[in-house]
Design a protein around this ligand. Sequence first.
Ligand code: ADP
Ligand code: NI
Length: 224
Amino acid sequence: MTPAAAPDLIARTAAFVEEKFTGEGAGHDWAHIRRVWLGARALARAEGADATVTELAALLHDIADWKFHHGDEEAGPRAARAWLLSLGADEALIARVEDIIREVSFKGAGVATPVSSLEGACVQDADRLDAIGAIGVARAFAYGGHKGRALHDPQQPPVQHGTFAEYKSNGGPTINHFYEKLLHLRERLHTAAARRVADERHQFMEAFLAQFLKEWEGSDLQPA
Ligand code: ADP
Ligand code: NI
């Protein structure tokens, strides 16, 4: 088979992933993958990363979630390899994409694995940017609603983790997820381009939380 050219590989992968993920739940639907793809592409341009590797890895970063291979850390890299082989992609490209998916999707033991390439940094940063800001707020409450969790419960304060790497959701109210994870993502970004985008999104979350707690207490109902 003649190897497919890069733009063709990306277009065909986007069509493949869109078809697989259309109709999945709000956490890992095609809309999330599309935002991570466009985000990673913009970061790659700003940082001078390889566009083909970055875009393919972004498109395939949650591929393991399509069949819900929980606990099988190799499911994502394996599915990505099989797909790219079917397109005639070359071995070096496939290996780079596989490595990024392995690093970005790894969640075993709650350990945050560092990324080993600039392209991996762009994909992980784009995935994290999609967990903060207005979209991040919406995704957190969609997740909490799916799990049947309370919005907020002052009797269950957020857990303070020693380090971000120890993060594991304790199944508490959704507001806790902001203090336990989402407010720490900005300082965990790898690229300067992502940090610039994160500033506004982070401030938006802080404003959202302040307003949420004000309304929760009813303190905005007091006469001036
Ligand atoms: P990804 O694989 O895209 O990095 P996750 O699978 O960790 O993300 O989470 C998907 C979405 O669900 C994210 O927006 C994340 O903030 C949200 N989420 C994960 N765990 C919780 C939780 N305990 N409470 C609220 N939202 C959560
Ligand atoms: Ni993702």
